[in-house]
Design a protein. Sequence first.
Length: 333
Amino acid sequence: MLIILQIINEVKMRRIEGNFLDSVSIIVPIKGEDERLEGNILSLLSQNYPYPYEVIYVVDKGDDVEKVLRKYNVRVVYSDYNCEACSGKIKAQLSGLKYASYNVIVFADSDTWYPKDWLYKLVRPLDKFTATTTFSWPSPSKLSLSNLLRAGFWTLGFESQSLENSRFLWGGSMAFRKSFFNKDVIDELSKEWCDDCTLTRIVKRNNGKIGFLMNCVPLNVYDEKDLVKWSSRQIITILAYSPRGAKAYLVAGTFFTFILVYSIVFLNLVTFTPYILWIVKNVIRGIDYPKNAMIASLMTILAIPYALFLLIYNWNRREVYWRGRKYIVKPLS
């Protein structure tokens, strides 16, 4: 029944709309050449959006990816914001903000393909919310075991979004009015490593509202080389920033793992029913991408116990490694 209620809530979230429109600066931090970068660039340049918008890629000086970007009608600026404590991504975002020309700020990722109506649907509800966001759907570039398991694991990021008080921003698709980024917000960001975690905290602390949109889901394109390190980073972040969610998954994941083992051992289809509903839930989420939806949905069968194992294994760890740097993840205050 809980899964069915979640499906109903998420279907309703596909119908969230608004009446806000204004000119937009899309800021894309980039380091090195991501998988299928050209698709990312072309998808951002071909948005069906009725107001002016610009696409700003923020690069490190000397990065060869700049040569690729210069072939397209995008702005290329250097990551030059002075913040020693912040992560490279936040430094790039704050650098992009300095050069942004327009009244709405949208953060995007360089490893993601965006549907043509993504920007329009993301920006319109800003008359109802402080910030809007959506989560991407996994799109492995090849069907390796690590890519498939990551696809199933990735879908777990949707689980808490149907409840308003547990929503969080996803860094690859966030929209704000530019006025949101006052001196205090910028100062706080400049001391952090996690962009979406910090912005989620700021919005909620100021009693703002986050709009999560299920009708403009993009595709995250990847070829995972180090699955355990990548997924452990996600788990450690959740443990620090959403301990209640981690504890809830400890219970739910244990239950689902138990019924999976029981169903296999005793060949019991009835006890496997929650997994069938979970698969249906994910197929509906990824309905705009039928092939990718089916792959990721089926892989949740393995991803649920995999995530439980990593949750237990990383329970007391707070160190993460990202793009060659070590960060200590501190709980939200």
